[in-house]
Design a protein around this ligand. Sequence first.
Ligand code: SF4
Ligand code: MSK
Length: 651
Amino acid sequence: AEEKAAKVADPVAASMDVATQQMIARAQELGIDTVFDRAVQMKPCNIGTQGICCKNCSMGPCRLPLPKGGIEGEDTRKGLCGATANTIAARNFIRMIAGGASAHSDHGRSVAEVFMSAARKETDAYKIKDTTKLVAVAKELGVSTTVEVDGETRDRDLDEVALEVAKIAMNEWGKPEGELLYLKRAPQPLYEKWSKTGVKPRNIDREIVEIMHRTHMGVDQDYKNLIKQGTRAALADGWGGSMLATDLQDILFGTPYPLQSEANLGVMKEDHVNIVIHGHEPVLSEIIVAVSQRKDILEYAKSKGAKGIQLSGICCTANEILQRHGVPPAGTFLQQELAIITGACDAMVVDIQCIFQNLANVAKCFHTKLITTHPIAKMEQDNVLHIEFDEHHALEDAERIVKLAIDNFQNRGQEVMIPRQKATQIAGFGVESIQYHLGGTFRGTYYTLNDNIINGRIRGIAGVVGCNNARTRHNEAHIQVVKELIKNDVIVLTTGCNGIACAMEGLLTPESAMVYCGPGLREVCETVGIPPVLHLGSCVDNSRILLAATEVVKAGGLGKDICDLPAAGSAPEWMSEKAISIGHYFVASGVYTVFGVTLPTSGAPVFHNYLANELEKLYGGKWDLETDPIKHAQLMIAHIDKKRKELGIDK
Ligand code: SF4
Ligand code: MSK
């Protein structure tokens, strides 16, 4: 019995969230394993964790463990081909960037394709919703929004503008020459640094392909040259694929503005049809939201004995529909299996990224219909339904999915157990709404962000983002880092699963979060009525943080480049390749970026040192690793203070 007990997770040790603890215990009672148990049962490979296992050819895998006590003298470790630890770690690291950048960029491409269909009026389901943003984005892409008629300047037809925006945007993925158009949105000194170091991405796809080529056996063998290509691909993500995804989504579905919602498993309702939407791309979920609100569909749900339809989300699809419609997230990445284990999930609809294959095994134990919807993301298990989503039949696809969930409501077993925990949150922030809420501009009044940073009420800005990781206690580092920052008057911009974690902890409402704030930040937030932690959306919406930082620079008074700002980035519980790509585009944009958990560079100290110290000389930003959440936040605060001093605004 003792041996058996050792093989499952201790719920309290696994998560700081009570709802999650209850559901882990519930799963164990039912004999269903979750990621928390598997993390106890399977330990990671120490050599892989350090980034020094190469399997890029079949003479390997070549493993280059660090000797106990570190390297004394010359580092003579090498693979069969002679690849050094630095080469291997750099190759692995930039392959992670390629994976992450491709995920964000392919997401952006899918949105661009739907945008193109909408611009061509090939679909009834999608229309241009935000024409103000269309005009703003058109200008950034060099599309004229006016036309000369008989010597008079008139506004150009918006359908024509949309079509040209669609064509130019699509071209960013594969144009044969030039550079990404959005790079010019960055502060001029940063753009010049990229020019000087030769890292301006040519097009989005090319930089990712080039990583795969350079890291192939026997190609690039200089860690500095390898990371240079990593930088190019990461910038193609942040200032390319992700930024285009965010912009085109805003034009199609509306730019988010603050709204109230809730978060955690307690948002699911026993007497409603529960549809949980999970993944990253909002193109289908937007339509599911619309269909679920239709009167005929609600009537249909009632005819099957339900009181209504409760939509909720997991991961970043959750964040997308939260930001624009107030649909509440049922949980973060690590809670995906638990949403099914409630027994009340009538359908889980998944698109792309961060989806556990084990969902299929969990769904088998309940009545839940697990539905994959994307042609590039299927599951092998036979209980999974695949309803391939196509923008030309979006309404029909969404209706079929919602009706399947409704029909399934009657198949629930007796085993429903929904935890009661949920918290209120205010989400839906973006560059536009930060500006609006803080005085309508970034500088020049009592309320503005820049003025409050200069006068010291706000000490600095932190971007805290990213995943959960089953190797650390669920949500604990997220919450401790954010609380330590706001306690020290640092305003936090959040995205991804950090945003959901903060919402679950009540850090996204002014009322409940104020008690954790330092006096200066508290005064500002109370005056303008915002929480100290602003939720900016999904993983691709980290591009909003880049643009917010750029606006702060452009407004003046805080230096000339992003690296001059009293600002820092953090991913306390990261796990995905996307996080490495995000981290690296933040570093290459001038941000001091601290990761928790681990970094796959520790086995190659020279390469690690290059990331942690040398890159700063090129771009102004650098990598760091700190697993202790309080020390992690303190490192960020020390950097913020250093920048305040350099700006001459410390006091
Ligand atoms: Fe080993 Fe070199 Fe092949 Fe990598 S590329 S597996 S280091 S022989
Ligand atoms: S969902 S990438 S676990 S943040 Fe974007 Fe969360 Fe990380 Fe997936």
